[in-house]
Design a protein around this ligand. Sequence first.
Ligand code: NAP
Length: 294
Amino acid sequence: MAATVISGNQVAAEIRAELTEKVKDLKAKRGITPGLAVILVGEDPASVSYVTGKAKAAQEIGILEETTRLPADTSEADLLKLIAKLNKDPKFNGILVQLPLPKHIDENKVLYAIDPIKDVDGFHPVNVGKLLIGDPYFMPCTPHGVQQLLVRSGNDPAGKHVVICGRSNIVGKPLAAILLQKEKGANAIVTVVHTAAKDISYYTRQADIVVAAMGRPNTITADMVGDGVVVIDVGVNRVNDPTKKSGFRLVGDVDYEAVSQKASAITPVPGGVGPMTITMLMVNTVRASEIQNK
Ligand code: NAP
């Protein structure tokens, strides 16, 4: 039987509608407008499109959003000065520096300069540590989005064996930290696999839930998963497709057609995890405004 499709577009729309109400309430009852400052250095087309998407989502929800676009040759010192200014500006509850930064700028130095209470990407070491001990200000957007997709599609990870393929600092590791907490919507048994595994199928076959976050197209095939598995595909890969005007199409890390014949539920690419990432940034911005106005 074909799997249920877990629609990220649908879950994201649901969360955005809830946030819009919350923001209306914050404004009406407490005079608070959540604010998000976005910094874009350079004109990398993918980054420009991400930043535009974030600004649009913020505006739709009623969040005050301001993007500062800086030239590619901006110095590290000038960028740090801008962050120091935004750290002190009460108008902005969240600060997001769009990555990647140009090579002459030390990315870690910049991310570590953001006040952890305004770090809505959740990448500051204070937030990484707080997440691990189960007391987060903010959860990083993509793994938080994965958790919401599971919970809101009726696939609560509690007590389930979740196998996460990939251990990056922005997806695999924080997702493991989120799902292993003894909390509602988590409490899973978590295995993380990576390139040192001789055969990742040994692990994925034992999973109730597989999360693929490797950045390798069609790596999870039908023979690698058990019947009834739930599959979340974080991967976004460009593969050549001469039938498309652009010359390429986007695919995930999972062989969607074959795996969806075996899985009980699966996310598509695009339209799965993608729409959740920006949505969870909005969740974090509203949370930041609440924390800062306690
Ligand atoms: P990354 O930093 O390149 O990390 C990839 C991870 O996968 C590494 O831990 C790597 O292992 C592991 N890996 C790679 N090939 C593998 C294989 N054949 N078998 C087992 N493990 C393997 O990537 P990332 O930033 O986490 O992103 C992963 C994917 O998610 C990318 O396609 C990215 O575009 C996508 N993504 C999507 C969103 C979204 O909003 N939808 C957000 C973020 C990322 P090692 O550590 O051993 O090298």
